[in-house]
Write a protein that binds this ligand. Structure first.
Ligand code: IPD
Ligand code: CA
Ligand code: CA
Length: 273
C-alpha cells in the first residue's frame, strides 16, 4: 500500500503543477484567508477515484468534502488526504505546497506520504520501516537547545477574530530561538522536522488531513509528535508539537500553559492512544 500511496501522491502533485500554469479559480471558504481553488477539488477528485479503484472497501476522508470525521474511529482502513496543503501559497504562486496522503488502520496512523512538487521531494514512511525522502533515510535533528533551534509554526484562518490565534506562543518562542519560519503548509512543516531541516514545529486548529501522513513520517524519523499537553498525538486532535526527542520536552513545557489557559481539549485518562 505504501507504493500505491507514493504513486498517487506523486501523480496528483504533478497535476497541481500542470494547473499552476493555467488561470485558476480561487474561492474563499470561511473567510478571505481560507481559500479553495479548482486545483484542490480536481486533486481530491483524482485521488479519491484512484483509491476507490484500487481499494473499493477502504474509507476515505478528504478536506474538500469526501467522507466525514466519524471515519477516523472506524475499524479497517481509512485514507486521510489533503489534496493540496498550502492553498494560499499555491494561489499566490509561492512554491511551498504539497499533497498529503495518510492511511489509518483501526484509527491509528499506519503510513504517510507527502509529495512537494516544486521541490520534487517525496517523503514517505510506514510504521516500523523508517522514513525516507526520495528513497534516502531521514532523521530528526538532535538539537536540544532552543537557542540553537529553527522552528516553524502557523496561524489559523480565524486569527483576526479569535484569541486562540497563536500570537502569544509566537512571542514566547521568538525571543528564545535562532529563528522561526511560517512556511504555510503543515504537512511540509512536519516533513521538514522529519528531515532535520527544522528542529521543531507547533501549531493549533489543524485538521486530520493536515497531519495524518506527517505524524508517521516524523515518528519514523525518530521524532516525537504530541498534543500541547505532551500526550501522544491522534489525527483528530487540533494542537500539535513535533520535534526531535531532545527538544520536544522544552517546547511542550512552554506550550502547556497556553493549552490550559485556552482550555484546549485534552485526552481523558480512559481513552487509549
Ligand atoms: C493549511 C496549511 C497552513 C496551516 C493551516 C492549514 P490548507 O492547510 O497547512 O500551513 O497554517 O492551518 O489549514 O488550507 O492550505 O490545506
Ligand atoms: Ca491543509
Ligand atoms: Ca488543503
Amino acid at each position: 500500500m505504501l507504493e500505491f500511496a507514493e504513486s498517487i501522491a506523486r501523480r496528483s502533485g504533478e497535476l497541481l503543477l500542470e494547473r499552476l500554469s493555467h488561470l485558476r479559480t480561487i474561492n474563499t471558504k470561511t473567510n478571505d484567508r481560507d481559500l479553495v481553488t479548482d486545483a484542490d477539488r480536481a486533486s481530491e477528485h483524482w485521488l479519491v477515484e484512484a483509491i476507490r479503484d484500487q481499494y473499493p472497501d477502504h474509507n476515505i476522508l478528504g478536506e474538500e468534502g469526501t467522507g466525514d470525521q466519524t471515519l477516523l474511529q472506524q475499524p479497517g482502513y481509512t485514507w486521510v488526504i489533503d489534496p493540496l496543503d498550502g492553498t494560499v501559497n499555491y494561489a499566490h504562486n509561492l512554491p511551498i505546497f504539497c499533497v498529503s496522503v495518510g492511511l489509518l488502520q483501526d484509527g491509528q496512523p499506519l503510513l504517510g506520504v507527502v509529495y512537494i512538487p516544486r521541490l520534487d521531494e517525496l517523503f514517505s514512511a510506514q510504521v516500523g520501516q523508517g522514513a525516507t525522502c526520495n528513497g534516502k533515510t531521514i532523521h530528526v535533528s538532535d538539537t536540544a537547545l532552543l537557542s540553537q533551534a529553527v522552528l516553524a509554526t502557523g496561524f489559523p484562518y480565524d486569527k483576526h477574530e479569535s484569541p486562540r490565534n497563536n500570537l502569544e506562543n509566537f512571542s514566547v518562542f521568538t525571543q528564545k530561538v535562532r529563528g522561526i519560519r511560517r512556511l504555510g503548509a503543515a504537512a511540509v512543516d512536519l516533513c521538514f522536522v522529519a528531515a532535520g531541516r527544522l528542529d521543531g514545529y507547533w501549531e493549533e486548529k489543524l485538521h486530520p488531513w493536515d497531519m495524518a501522513a506527517g505524524i508517521v513520517i516524523v515518528q519514523e524519523a525518530g521524532g516525537v509528535v504530541s498534543n500541547y499537553y505532551g500526550q501522544p498525538i491522534r489525527p483528530e486532535e487540533d494542537h500539535v508539537i513535533a520535534a526531535g526527542p531532545d527538544l520536544h520536552p522544552t517546547m511542550q513545557q512552554l506550550l502547556e500553559p497556553y493549552a490550559t489557559k485556552h482550555h484546549l481539549a485534552r485526552q481523558d485518562s480512559t481513552s487509549s492512544s
